[in-house]
Structure formats: C-alpha cells, structure tokens
Design a binder for this molecule. Structure first.
Ligand code: GLN
Length: 413
C-alpha cells in the first residue's frame, strides 16, 4: 500500500492552485523576480516522517521564518532574562516593519516584527561575538534543524541590503534607545544574511517538527533546544507570528506559525507536526495567500488546531482487577496531570480490600514529570495506609521510584 497522506496534500494544493490573488513582495528587488506560480507543501510528524506535494524541493529565502529560530537560539545562548529585557512577547497589531517600541520599556514589542528580530539577532552567541559569529550561529542552527548545510542567497542578501533603509532606520532607533550596543549597519548586515538563507518546504517542515517535538530533532533524536525554549518560541509564534493577522489566524487555523515575504509559511503544532507551504504571492499583511489557505484547509480537515483538545485523562486508567491479595491497577498511554489525577481518584474513592496494590505500567508510553510525582505520592500514601505497594514496569517508564521517605515500591518487570 502507498500511504494516502501525500495524495491528500496534493488534493489540497489542487484546490488552492487557481487563486492568483495577491502580489509577490517587491520592496526587495530580487524577490520581485520570484516565480509566482511556485506552490509546495510538506508535513513532518514528530516521529520524523515527511510527506510532500507540489514544489517541495524549490529553494526560496527563509526571510522572517528565521525569526522564531533566532529567538530560540538567543534564548538558549543568553537566557530568558537577558532576552526578555531586550524584546517583549506581546502581539503588536502593527505591520512587520513598523518603527515602533513598547511604551515605557522601549523594547520592541515582540521578536517576530523586524524591530524585535534585529534586536534578537544582535543577542546571538554572546556580548563579544563578531558579526560573523552571529551569522554562523543562526545558519548553523537552521542547517542542523534541516539536516543539511544551508547556504545564503548572495543575490537576495545584496538586493535587500542595498534597499535596507527601513531596517537601518529601525536599527538606529534601537541603538538610540540602547537596545543595540553594536553598530546598526553591522547588525542589519547579519540580520539580512539570516533572512537570505535558502530553504525548501521540506527543510522548514523538519525545523517546525523540532519545535513541535519539544526541541528534540525528530529524525536524529538529538536535543536541539531546551524544551522550555521550544515552548516559549511556539507561544510567541502563536501570538505574533502572523503580524497584524495574528488574532484571526489563531481563531481560524490555530497553529503557531510564521510567514516570510518570499512566500514561505511555517507551522508547528505541539506534539503533532511541523508543516510548511510556499507560494510567493502575499496578502496585505505580508502573508502568503495560498499558504494561508492551505493551512486553513489542513486545520479544518485534520482537526489540527491548538484549541482542539483530546480528553487525555480519562483514557489513562485502563482497569483495576483483584489478583489474590493484590489489587492491580492498569494504566496506559501518556500520563500527564489529568491522567494521574484519574488514577489517584480511583485509588482514593474505590475501597481497596487487598494488602498489596500494584500499578501496572506495562502499557504506559510515557510518564510526564508531574505524572511521575503524582503516582509516587499516591504510592506513598497507600504505603502510609498500611498497604504494600509494587509497580510492574518492564520498560522502565518510572525509573528510580523513590517514595520520598527513602522507601521504594517492589518493582516487577
Ligand atoms: N528580510 C525581510 C525584512 O526584514 C523579512 C520580512 C519578512 O519576511 N516579513 O524586511
């Protein structure tokens, strides 16, 4: 059998292909030469499988889609306090290239508009980094995420730098308010190179899948970013990624996303997929017209929307049986707060007539940190009540099950 997923993606592209509205960006002369007909989509699951349709191997400049990754790198390099002191996380409700700062703090409002992204670029690596160090940091990270060495489109870079008056104005404004401590021209040069990195939708979907997978690369299994950094980056994408179209986007699509003026669009749905679309004609917000349509369609058809929740908790407690003098409580799936709560509630409410209580974790795929702490506390309380406690854990999902008082449950494999 051939998996139907790519056929589905091709069908989605077919449906939007006829829409020729919008216009390619022309404020960067080189972008005006882009083929407006290019249309491609890629989806990468957090298990590392990629499905594509259309122009999945056509390269285009990443542009603003580099911003969430630069933000993530700056968080990893400089820590959240330094980054927070430099740039906010509030949706701006303004165009991407607005010359504006937050009243009071004089920080750029968020890292997804140019003012914030220029400030973030200058934070990369460390205070003593050179312009080249910062560029290598971001190109290196993007390359590792894409699983191949990415290059800078020199012609796009030069074309944008030649006409970068607005970004230079933003950088001078930032320097005036001491947000930047490097020369405006040096930072804009590096930021412009960052934007000129060539990618395909295949690359972007893979990059997005790392964000969706809490910072772990879905193919290599390597941790690329701390989980807290991936979460913060996705949060900012959800609020600010689509510029002044962000609220509408969150309601209609509900996938943290970032668009770029070359027509790329990246989405990442936590725990599920990274996805990317390319189609160079843009709407009034500077977002790809057909890219937005493809994402709307995917979200609607597949239920991929941040606010579409599955009832995790109720499925964790598989059953409870009495086996001789033991009550065996069987758990399954992924145990987070609500699943552990259901198990603890069962143990608290159902009368236990046996000496021993066994938690059978054989079918548990993963215990979150809170799930682990809650189950251990439950076992400790059962032991306090006079029960002997045991776990069946052949895969070691509950390593080192110390009950907080030096004792441990009996472990059966
Ligand atoms: N390099 C572009 C700029 O700074 C990025 C803007 C974008 O993709 N929205 O103007």
């Amino acid at each position: 059998m051939r998996t139907p997923v790519p056929d589905y993606l091709a069908e989605v592209l077919d449906d939007v292909a006829g829409d020729r509205s919008g216009a390619v960006a022309d404020y960067i002369p080189d972008l005006a030469a882009a083929d407006p007909e290019v249309l491609g989509v890629a989806v990468t699951t957090v298990a590392g499988r990629t499905h594509v349709a259309g122009d999945a191997d056509v390269e285009f400049s990443i542009q603003s889609i580099s911003k969430p990754f630069a933000y993530a790198a700056a968080l990893a390099d400089r820590g959240v306090e330094t980054v927070d002191a430099t740039v906010g996380v509030e949706p701006s409700g303004e165009a991407f290239d607005e010359l504006s700062l937050e009243a009071g703090t004089r920080r750029p409002k968020n890292p997804m508009i140019n003012a914030g992204a220029i400030a973030v670029h200058h934070l990369l690596v460390g205070p003593d980094a050179t312009g080249a160090d910062r560029v290598e940091r971001i190109v290196g990270l993007l390359s590792e995420l894409a699983g191949r060495r990415l290059t800078i489109d020199e012609s796009v870079y030069r074309s944008e730098l030649d006409t970068a008056d607005r970004n230079l104005a933003i950088a001078h404004m930032l320097r005036n308010y001491r947000v930047l401590d490097r020369p405006a021209a040096e930072v804009v040069d590096g930021y412009t190179r960052q934007c000129a990195v060539l990618v395909t939708v295949r690359d972007l979907a893979l990059m997005g899948a790392t964000l969706a997978n809490a910072g772990v690369h879905p193919v290599t299994g390597r941790r690329m970013l701390p989980a807290a950094v991936a979460r913060r980056t996705l949060s900012v994408m959800a609020g600010c990624g689509m510029y002044d179209g962000a609220g509408d986007w969150l309601v209609r699509v509900g996938i943290p996303a970032k668009s770029g003026v070359a027509g790329g669009l990246l989405g990442a749905l936590p725990g599920q997929v990274g996805l990317a679309v390319v189609s160079p004609r843009l709407d009034a917000h500077g977002n790809s017209v057909r890219g937005v349509q493809v994402c709307e369609r995917l979200s609607r058809d597949t239920g991929m929307h941040l606010m579409d929740a599955e009832p995790y908790g109720s499925t964790v407690l598989r059953g409870s049986t009495v086996d001789g003098d033991a009550t065996v409580v069987t758990l399954q799936g992924v145990v987070q707060f609500s699943g552990a709560e259901a198990v603890l509630d069962h143990l608290a409410v159902e009368p236990i007539g046996t000496t021993e209580v066994v938690l059978d974790l054989t079918r548990v795929d993963r215990l979150s940190d809170v799930g682990r702490r809650m189950l251990l506390e439950g076992l400790r309380r059962l032991a306090d009540d006079g029960h002997t406690v045991a776990v069946v854990d052949p895969d070691g999902v509950l390593p080192d099950p110390e009950l907080g008082d030096g004792t441990r449950p009996r472990v059966r494999t």
